[in-house]
Design a protein around this ligand. Structure first.
Ligand code: ADP
Length: 220
């Protein structure tokens, strides 16, 4: 079941960005922050926004935190408050708790107390941007495991009008194009005859080395 009701603790840059996007995606979002100004800023955007200290168990009970499918702890700098809020959400029985960590140690503590997913926004974004800077065609990627990746790559001018058979990423590098996103729509499981057009987006699966080699071969 897709989680549709979220409680977000901390409405700084990270929490407010998650909240805004969740509302755009049609979810119900309760935002909690001890800073009245932050709450005011988002009161028109989020489903509900309340001024409260999320390290106070009674407060979390009174806003009905336990009824939410997912809790996001988006407190950064105040590590103690972040840990306390995460423990309280878990203890209240929120099914899935996601928390932002600012350091490795903070993250390890969050994992220890049973947080379901720990996010390191600055570190992860830094890694992502580094990959994109090195490979200008790379739009995004997901690491399936330490070895395997799915990457989204823009089709460069040098591949315009070429069929997959001609480009032959599988034969040359061992990685496979599993989808091509064209302006007209997406082609899933393309065949050797499918033709690439500049600015299409290829979804490629393979080992990290295979994908790197393919990318290297089409760098302008
Ligand atoms: P970001 O880098 O995402 O802006 P911050 O650490 O600056 O993150 O912001 C965290 C937010 O969490 C702030 O708006 C702060 O007021 C709020 N916050 C911190 N501690 C608590 C707490 N105990 N209860 C509720 N909100 C809190």
């Amino acid at each position: 079941m897709r989680a549709t009701q979220f409680v977000i603790i901390g409405l700084g840059r990270f929490g407010s960005s998650i909240g805004r996007e969740l509302v755009e995606l049609g979810c119900e979002v309760l935002g909690v922050d001890r800073d009245e100004e932050k709450v005011q800023e988002l009161s028109e955007v989020l489903t509900h926004a309340v001024v409260a200290d999320a390290t106070d168990e009674e407060v979390l009970r009174s806003v009905g935190a336990r009824n939410f499918d997912c809790g996001v702890v988006a407190i950064g700098d105040d590590i103690q408050a972040s840990i306390l809020a995460a423990i309280l959400l878990k203890e209240l029985g929120v099914k899935k708790v996601v928390a932002k960590a600012v350091t490795e140690l903070h993250g390890r503590v969050l994992e220890r107390i049973g947080v379901d997913r720990v996010i390191y926004p600055e570190r992860d974004m830094g890694i992502r941007v580094a990959h994109q800077l090195v490979s200008p065609n790379l739009l995004d990627y997901i690491e399936l495991s330490k070895r395997y990746t799915i990457a989204e790559m823009t089709v460069p001018a040098c591949l315009n009008g070429k069929s997959l058979a001609a480009v032959n990423p599988r034969g040359r590098f061992g990685c496979s194009v599993v989808a091509i996103n064209k302006t007209k729509g997406i082609v899933i499981a393309p065949t050797a005859d499918d033709v690439l057009t500049e600015k299409d987006v290829m979804v490629v699966i393979g080992t990290n080395e295979q994908i790197e080699q393919f990318q290297e071969s089409i760098r302008r």
